[in-house]
Design a protein around this ligand. Structure first.
Ligand SMILES: [Ca+2]
Ligand SMILES: [Ca+2]
Ligand SMILES: [Ca+2]
Ligand SMILES: [Ca+2]
Length: 357
């Protein structure tokens, strides 16, 4: 049995400390990460370069090879479009508290020249239910970021939370779920042996900043709190809520407009997370501003100049009958690339303005 994570409260933040599940992490992978981050000669990727940890919680896909390869979160996503999510390059986080931690090969900077003032994008396999952008097949997951402040290439520095639209007081939403590997014992979930993640055994717990039931756990569709015909988005700042467009689809109709478009160009243009729908020219996904990050224990702004590591955690705890558990998928993470002519930070809205549900 693996040792359970412990809740740590310190000046720098509130987070779970858990042993890495990747056997090679403590040695090969982390040493590679350290050397890559230390070496300026390597080419820089706009996308996640290295998985530092993948610890899914119990769920229907955690033993499915099509959804349990954390490498699917690296590099650019494969867009499924607005009507269906891609299932060829996605890793599931499983149930509540399941997470993945990814390293970039350089520091992603908080830069007002980035489009809309947004610095990074998380891609999942969300889509619009029946094509309605106000009813998303979304599975909300929290985004946390960490700067390699001590410069050792390891994710051993403080973590900060992107509170998004619904976690204005994250410490009050910090919750645990206890699991066991015995499907016949109803004391703890899961109820099916194939929901137990490889490597987990005995009794263990996972943690997350739980998103409120309304609107995140009520049904398969994540309905815009602002209403059926709203143009302002009421849910933003979380992973796997917005679709990833088909490469080269410049207007969100799922038809390719630019066959020469590259993932490096397309999936580094953020969508406006406050506006319903996907902005023309954006590859979609859920974008955020590094300046939104807070210390989850105090709510104080993190003031990060950038980040090297990103952690995405399933923040819903619900099983929806035949659909199984709500479980975010991660298909890629990207930095935003500043481009001439892009709308810059001057049109950025602050999260405070629209945070209150
Ligand atoms: Ca470090
Ligand atoms: Ca199109
Ligand atoms: Ca949008
Ligand atoms: Ca999903």
């Amino acid at each position: 049995m693996r040792s359970p994570p412990t809740l740590v409260v310190q000046a720098s933040g509130l987070h779970a400390v858990s042993p890495c599940r990747l056997e090679a992490c403590a040695t090969t992978a982390c040493m590679l990460a350290a050397s890559a981050l230390a070496g300026p000669a390597l080419a820089q990727s706009h996308f996640g370069a290295r998985v530092l940890d993948h610890r899914p919680a119990p769920g229907q896909f955690v033993q499915d090879p099509a959804f349990n390869d954390p490498g699917a979160a690296l590099g650019p996503p494969i867009g499924g479009g607005t009507l269906d999510g891609d299932e060829t390059k996605a890793v599931s986080l499983g149930g509540f508290g399941g997470s993945i931690t990814i390293a970039f090969d350089h520091t992603v900077r908080d830069d007002p020249r980035h489009g809309l003032g947004l610095d990074a994008i998380v891609f999942g396999n969300a889509f619009w239910l029946n094509g309605d952008p106000n009813r998303r097949w979304g599975e909300g997951a929290t985004v946390e970021i960490s700067l390699d402040a001590n410069g050792n290439g390891l994710a051993d520095d403080p973590w900060y939370l992107i509170p998004g639209s619904h976690l204005a007081q994250p410490a009050a939403r910090w919750q645990a779920q206890t699991w066991d590997d015995d499907a016949n014992d109803a004391t703890y979930p899961p109820a099916y042996p194939w929901w137990v993640p490889p490597g987990e055994s005995g009794v263990w717990q996972t943690w997350a900043f739980r998103l409120p039931s309304d609107p995140f756990e009520l049904g398969v569709s994540l309905d815009n709190p602002n209403g059926q015909f709203a143009e302002v988005e009421g849910v933003w700042g979380y992973a796997d809520c917005s679709p990833t467009l088909v490469l080269g689809d410049l207007d969100g109709d799922n038809l390719i407009d630019d066959g020469a478009m590259t993932p490096e160009r397309f999936y580094t243009v953020p969508d406006d997370p406050f506006a319903v729908g996907v902005d023309p020219g954006s590859g979609g996904g859920d974008a955020f501003d590094i300046a939104w990050a807070i210390d989850p224990a105090t709510g104080a702004p993190a003031g990060l100049p950038g980040f090297d590591f990103i952690r995405i955690t399933n923040a819903t705890n619900v099983v929806l009958g035949p659909f199984g558990e709500k479980s975010a998928e991660v298909c890629g993470v990207a930095e935003v690339v500043a481009r001439p002519g892009a709308l810059g930070g001057e049109v950025r809205r602050t999260p405070v303005e629209v945070r209150r549900p």
